[in-house]
Every structure is written in structure tokens, then in C-alpha cells.
Design a protein around this ligand. Structure first.
Ligand code: GTP
Length: 383
């Protein structure tokens, strides 16, 4: 597959100069012909004049079109203009107005392109061209020209300079338009940027929300079992490092199924929510309360010894029993059982600690519920 490189964009100045030269040069030729009429110049001079003022504009236009850098090529053409105009001015014997018009038009073009340095280039090249023209054609000085030629040259020069003024004005308008549309695009981009960063914030917020949802129980808003797992490992390592006890209390609502069956699932949910509130209010900043299963909750209590944990669990049990939850005019009778285990007394690894608390909970249920039981050293799975 062949890859075609796009043709370089033709600079507007190339086309503009082509139009100006195509129109202006034949007029200059006509004026020179009037000027030379009667002086009987040699045939080769007419041929050269024809090439310069009729063919040359199109030849250099074609060259600029084909150039890798049309703008650069056009700059060289402006230099060539100055040089050739200098040569013609010298060959003609420096007729005052013609020479002046040839020089100033090429100097203006160079100035537009390159500023002050363009003017100096035009002077230098015009002088070099004049040197060549004078050397080849013989030095002569005939500044006089007919009034008609002078007037027509003045007119032509005025038209030329005025059209440059109009062109400059059009370019200014075009530039202003471009600037305005750029500004409009800029504010469009700014608005887009604003909308984009708003969306980004929204995505970030959703990400945070999703992360929260992944670690929270939707009903009670408590942390879930997944979150417990990572926290337990971390707290276990910390307590071991700092030689602190780590306590786990497993709480299970007694006969919760009956509440659901008797008063409906909504009532059961309400009980779960109230217990969650109770636990959240009771724990310290360093503790973790989470929903461990259906009606089962877990407290992770770093740095808390077995006795204190037992007392805390008793207080919670009583507080839960004292909760006033009314359904259809009847107050629910509530109680819960709690199993408590402490590391390193009851377990030598995180999972075993929960298992020991679970065994204690099971024993509390077996002994009639509504009580707190501490794990016993020597239970299966213990250290
Ligand atoms: N309302 C409600 N009920 C739930 C939820 N999750 C689990 N349960 C119910 O909790 C009940 C647990 O019943 P069981 O495991 O038999 O325990 P229990 O009735 O509390 O009996 P003991 O634990 O032995 O005292 C089941 O009926 C579950 O359907 C929940 O999110 N909302």
C-alpha cells in the first residue's frame, strides 16, 4: 500500500502575488513600450521584456506551486523581482518615475514579508540588479520621461499601493474573524472541560459510593463481613505487635425467626436497625461493629481484656432488652445472646478467635439464651 504525502498548502501570498503580477506586469510592459517607443530598442530587448512581464509571473507561480515550501519560494521570487527591476531600471537609464515605481513596489512587497530587513534586501538586490543591467546594457542616465508615462506610472503605483492597503485590511478582518472563532472555541472547550471535570467528580463520587457499598450492609449501614476480614487481620497484627489483647464479641438475637413470623419481616428489619444503632453508639473509636450474618453482629474490640468485654456485653444485652419497639400496639420482647473470646487467651490466630466466640455464643444459646458467655480455655481450636 503506498502512502501519499499531502501536497503542501499553497500560501495565500503566492496566489495573491500571482494575480497582482499577472495583471500588473503586462500594464508595466505597456508603459515601458510607450516609454521606449521611438527609441528603437533592439529586438532582443522586446523579447526579454515580453519574457519578463508576460511569462515570468506564471513561471515563478508554477515554481512556487511545486516547491516544498511555497512561502519560502515566494520570498525568493520577491528578491528576484527586486534584482530584475534593478537591472531594467539601469538598462532604461534610470527614468525617474519608472525606476522609482519599480523599486518601491518591490521594496513594499519585501517589507510586507520580512519587515525592515526586507527593505534592506530590496535595496541591496535592486542595486545589484542595476549593477548587472548597467554593466551588460551600458551605463546611461536618462531620468526624463514623458508626462503621460509619468502620470500613468503614478496612477499604476497608486492603484498598486491602494490594493495592498485593501488586502491588508481584508487580512486584518480575516485574522479578527479567526481570533473570534478561536475565542469561541476556547470558551466551548472551557465549558466542555467544566462538564468533563463535573463528570469526573461524579465518577469519583460513584466510585467512593461503590466502595462503601462493597463494605457496608445495606439494611443497617454497618460494615459487613468482607470489611471485618481485612480489619481483623490488621488489628490482630497490631495487637500482637503492641502486646495488647484483642477481643471479639458475637451477638445473636434470640428467637429472631419468631419476630419475623409473628410481626412480619418489616418488624424484624426494624429490630436489626435498632440493634445496629445501639452497637454503633456503644463502641469506642478504635472498635469495629459489623453485621456478621442475618441476625448476628460482631464487635471487634482491640486492647480490651476478657473481663471488661464481658461487662460491656452484659450492658449491651440489657440495653437491647430495654429497647422499646412497638408493632401493632404490642411491645416486642427482645433479648440476645453473646459469646466473647479474647486473644491471645482463647486463640492464636484470627479465625480461631471468631470460632471461639462462636462456640461461646452457641453455649449461651444452649444454656437458655439471653446471656453472655466467655469462651473457655481448652475448647477445641484454642491455643
Ligand atoms: N427481617 C429480617 N430477617 C432476617 C434477615 N436476615 C435473616 N433474617 C432472618 O433471621 C432468622 C434467623 O433465624 P434462626 O437462624 O432460626 O435463629 P433464631 O430464630 O434467632 O433462633 P436462635 O438464634 O436460635 O435464638 C431467619 O428467619 C432469617 O430469615 C433480615 O435482613 N431481615
Amino acid at each position: 500500500m503506498s502512502v501519499t504525502t499531502p501536497a503542501p498548502r499553497l500560501h495565500w501570498i503566492v496566489t495573491t502575488h500571482w494575480v497582482i503580477r499577472s495583471v500588473g506586469f503586462p500594464i508595466v510592459l505597456l508603459l515601458l513600450a510607450i516609454h521606449l517607443w521611438g527609441q528603437e530598442p533592439p529586438l532582443w530587448a522586446w523579447v526579454l521584456l515580453g519574457v519578463q512581464f508576460l511569462l515570468y509571473p506564471h513561471l515563478i507561480y508554477l515554481r512556487a506551486r511545486r516547491a516544498g515550501n511555497p512561502r519560502q519560494a515566494e520570498l525568493q521570487h520577491l528578491w528576484l523581482d527586486s534584482f530584475l527591476f534593478g537591472a531594467w531600471a539601469a538598462w532604461l537609464g534610470f527614468p525617474f518615475f519608472i525606476a522609482f515605481a519599480l523599486f518601491i513596489s518591490s521594496a513594499v512587497n519585501n517589507a510586507i514579508f520580512r519587515g525592515v530587513s526586507g527593505i534592506f534586501w530590496a535595496i541591496g538586490l535592486f542595486a545589484a540588479g542595476a549593477l548587472l543591467g548597467g554593466t551588460l546594457g551600458g551605463w546611461q542616465f536618462q531620468p526624463q520621461e514623458s508626462t503621460v508615462v509619468m502620470l500613468i506610472f503614478m496612477l499604476g503605483l497608486s492603484v498598486y499601493l491602494l490594493s495592498i492597503g485593501v488586502l491588508a485590511h481584508r487580512r486584518t478582518l480575516a485574522l479578527r474573524k479567526t481570533r473570534e472563532s478561536l475565542r469561541a472555541r476556547e470558551s466551548e472547550l472551557q465549558a466542555l472541560n467544566g462538564a468533563l471535570s463535573e463528570r469526573l467528580h461524579e465518577i469519583e463520587r460513584l466510585q467512593v459510593e461503590l466502595r462503601e457499598q462493597a463494605i457496608r450492609d445495606p439494611l443497617t449501614g454497618m460494615f459487613n463481613r468482607r470489611y471485618l476480614q481485612s480489619t481483623l487481620e490488621r488489628e490482630w497484627a497490631r495487637c500482637q505487635r503492641e502486646k495488647l489483647p484483642l477481643c471479639v464479641a458475637l451477638l445473636d438475637i434470640d428467637h429472631f425467626k419468631q419476630i419475623n413470623d409473628r410481626y412480619g419481616h418489616g418488624a424484624g428489619d426494624q429490630v436489626l436497625i435498632r440493634l445496629a444503632q445501639l452497637l454503633n453508639d456503644a463502641i469506642r473509636r478504635e472498635d469495629l461493629a459489623c453485621r456478621y450474618g442475618g441476625e448476628e453482629f460482631l464487635l471487634l474490640l482491640p486492647g480490651m481484656g476478657a473481663d471488661v468485654a464481658y461487662e460491656r456485653a452484659q450492658v449491651l444485652r440489657q440495653a437491647f432488652a430495654a429497647l422499646e419497639i412497638w408493632v401493632n400496639g404490642a411491645r416486642l420482647s427482645l433479648s440476645l445472646s453473646v459469646g466473647v473470646a479474647v486473644a491471645p487467651l482463647h486463640a492464636s490466630e484470627p479465625d480461631a478467635l471468631i470460632h471461639q466466640a462462636d462456640l461461646a455464643l452457641y453455649a449461651a444459646k444452649a444454656q437458655g439464651r439471653n446471656r453472655v458467655l466467655l469462651a473457655e480455655v481448652g475448647w477445641a481450636g484454642g491455643p
